[in-house]
Design a protein. Structure first.
Length: 210
């Protein structure tokens, strides 16, 4: 009986040791993953500017070559279809985190001369230009990464903003890039991601109005 008890205790000790070792390596792997550097340099429309994401330096708008670039405006901005250059201005998405922990988009305009930033429209995501050149955005929009259907914070956020519904609904707005004014609005659209380009980007504004 005494031998059986000792054997059982030995098994418990061995299991505890292996658990401690597994926990140690798991923590180490997580720490190593956190320390893995991120450095993404995304040139904007052939200009001398780029949007940079980095774990070693501030995210933001940089000017110059990748190895010698200079930070001009700090922030988490979009690139590719999430930005557009018009004259001396850069229109781009800026992603901000609310006090509720939600990531929300806002359309901003940055001067490429003095690097001042102006917030044009909140809860708005730039999707690109339509065939006639206007900027096309999703407005009154909650990003899917916030899980709006199951996240109660999304409903609370919607109540404190201009968003009427969080059930994948949004408005589509057409913005004149010269004046930054809304030229036309298509209200209450559903999130048809596979048809957005076809319905809104590949047509001219006049075609959309018809």
């Amino acid at each position: 009986m005494k031998n059986n008890k000792m054997s059982f205790n030995m098994i418990l000790i061995i299991v505890a040791c292996f658990s401690a070792i597994a926990f140690f390596f798991t923590v180490k792997l997580v720490n190593l993953a956190d320390r893995f550097p991120v450095n993404s340099f995304n040139r904007i429309e052939g200009t001398n500017f780029a949007i940079k994401y980095s774990s070693l330096e501030p995210d933001g708008l940089y000017e110059g070559d990748e190895n010698t670039c200079v930070l001009r405006v700090e922030g988490t901005f979009g690139y590719d279809w999430g930005s557009a250059v018009e004259g001396d201005y850069l229109y781009t998405n800026e992603y901000v985190t609310t006090t509720l922990g939600l990531v929300t988009p806002q359309l901003v305009r940055i001067s490429l001369k003095d690097f001042s930033k102006e917030v044009l429209y909140k809860d708005t995501l730039l999707r690109g230009r339509c065939a006639s050149g206007e900027l096309v955005c999703q407005s009154n929009f909650i990003m899917p990464s916030n899980y709006p259907k199951t996240n109660s914070f999304c409903k609370l956020y919607a109540m404190s903003s201009d968003i009427d519904d969080v059930d994948n609904r949004f408005d589509v707005i057409y913005i004149n890039p010269a004046s930054a004014q809304v030229e036309y609005t298509v209200e209450n659209q559903f999130d048809l991601a596979n048809k957005f380009d076809e319905n809104f980007l590949e047509k001219t504004l006049e075609e959309v109005k018809k």
